[in-house]
Write a protein that binds this ligand. Structure first.
Ligand code: ATP
Length: 464
């Protein structure tokens, strides 16, 4: 990564004068040279609050608008063969689909294209086949669910490229749908192999990508293929990109990000991107403990990555430079056991007993956060604010999620959330339907929050 711009900043960690720090915060490429400092021996953890001048560089970020892609409305599909990359990698047990959400969410794109007179060819991966076709990973088993979702008969092709695919598509009438066999039965798919992409492109006239959840992977069906045919986003991809665009690309300000979860080490890129894009960053969950520790707070037996303290301070510095207010918990629900119903009490974060752990944010923190969010127009959320799976440590996540849900219902904020645990936490709080948009895309959503270019989105056709 090449440094793009140079800033002069101040930060709150200590070191010897003239010492050159390299603090690894991916996405920020943080190199600091201490201009004024103090010998480390004189600086206790609790006193690590001295400001020193530093020079640092930061790296490039996603700079292309995600919302200028072409959509189905920009295509003339009547009588054309349209290849639709969907994500129907659904969970299956004993040959039966146990959660058809992805299929149901893909159906509107397929139905719309069929109604417009296209021959619709559905491409997807399924499972993790190793080196060729097998029955366990055959897409044939999801056919009944797909037919139920689109309310029509769907043909099946035993291969996704070559003569068998061509013959099956050749038999298709305009306005009909065919599902082709698992893309990952061919090694070329995951290798983004141009020859495999060319074989796919030979099957159709137009390419529609409706698999945002796969857009972070540069695979042949998500990346190379998009460059070989006229391409556009499907309805599901479109909804996701519009929602994400409104949340971070061109948001109504002020924008707040609520970030929780267990560890900062898994979210360095995400935090590094968000502090430069949002006006307020609310931190909760285990990762807030690390930020508190980095400020010299004694965190007892709480989950804390003490080896990440430098990174936490670096992120706090970038936030300050960027004018982003960091909001950390001021009190916590603490316990001595990590189990449901464990004896617990609320204490200020500065008064944590050495043998206790912070398992949730406390009522004063909830009040501060809700007050701050009320003044915002956009809220982006990833990660629970406490150990939400075990009562009563779900209280903070529930209360803040319900407040954001109510603010959204009242038209005060636009709210976008995503991530596996986050969707579960919002479901637990009963507010999934209250949020403006909840992304189930997992990895792709997180990479978008990290500010990365998503290959499957970058390759899509652009307007103008
Ligand atoms: P996703 O990105 O999929 O939404 P996430 O980033 O929220 O997930 P994790 O980083 O794994 O996922 O964090 C979620 C886990 O963190 C939950 O299991 C939750 O119990 C745990 N957790 C949150 N706060 C605390 C805390 N204060 N102490 C211990 N564990 C915590």
């Amino acid at each position: 990564m090449k440094p793009r711009d140079m800033l002069v900043g101040r930060c709150g960690w200590s070191s010897a004068p003239g010492l050159c720090h390299t603090i690894s915060v991916p996405g920020l490429e943080f190199r600091a040279r201490v201009v004024i400092g103090y010998p480390p021996a004189q600086i206790g953890r609790r006193q690590a609050r001295l400001c020193q001048s530093h020079e640092f560089t930061r790296t490039k970020n996603r700079n292309r608008e995600m919302t200028d892609f072409r959509a189905i409305d920009d295509l003339d599909v009547a009588g054309r063969t349209v290849l639709v990359r969907g994500d129907i990698n659904v969970p299956v047990k004993d040959g039966k689909v146990t959660d058809a959400t992805r299929i149901v969410r893909l159906a509107p794109t397929l139905t719309e294209l069929a109604q417009k007179g296209a021959k619709v060819v559905v491409l997807s991966h399924f499972g993790r086949p190793k080196g060729g076709p097998d029955t366990i990973n055959s897409l044939r088993q999801v056919l009944p669910e797909l037919e139920a979702a689109v309310g029509a008969k769907v043909a099946f092709g035993d291969d996704c490229i070559g003569p068998r695919a061509k013959i099956a598509i050749g038999k298709l009438a305009a306005g009909s749908i065919i599902l082709l066999e698992n893309l990952r039965f061919h090694a070329g798919e995951e290798k983004n192999d141009p020859a495999f992409a060319k074989a796919l492109a030979e099957l159709g006239d137009i390419y529609v990508n409706d698999a945002f959840s796969c857009a972070h992977r540069a695979h042949a069906s998500t990346e190379a293929l998009a460059r070989l045919l006229p391409s556009a986003a499907g309805r599901l991809m479109q909804a996701e990109l519009v929602a994400l665009g409104r949340a971070l690309e061109k948001p109504e300000r002020p924008v707040a990000a609520v970030v929780g979860g267990a560890k900062i080490s898994t979210k360095l890129d995400l935090l590094g991107n968000l502090v430069r894009r949002v006006d307020k960053l609310v931190l909760g969950g285990g990762m807030a403990n690390t930020f508190l520790f980095a400020q010299g707070v004694s965190v007892g037996k709480s989950l804390c990555e003490s080896n990440m303290a430098d990174q936490a301070r670096a992120i706090a510095l970038i936030a300050k430079e960027a004018g982003c207010t960091l909001i950390l918990p001021v009190d916590a629900v603490i316990a001595r056991e990590f189990k449901a119903g464990a004896a617990n009490e609320v204490v200020p974060v500065s008064a944590l007993p050495d043998d206790a752990m912070m398992l949730d944010i406390g009522p004063a923190s909830i009040a501060v956060i809700v007050e701050q969010l009320k003044a915002c127009k956009t809220v982006v959320w990833n990660g629970p604010l406490g150990a939400f799976e075990i009562a009563p440590f779900d209280g903070g996540t529930n209360a803040v999620a319900q407040a954001v849900g109510a603010l959204t219902r009242d038209g005060v904020v636009l709210s976008v959330a995503g991530g596996g645990d986050t969707v579960a936490a919002l479901g637990h709080a009963g507010v999934v339907d209250d949020f403006s948009y909840v992304s189930t895309a997992g990895g792709a959503f997180l990479e978008w929050l990290e500010g990365k270019d998503l290959p499957g989105v970058a390759a899509l056709g652009r307007r103008g």
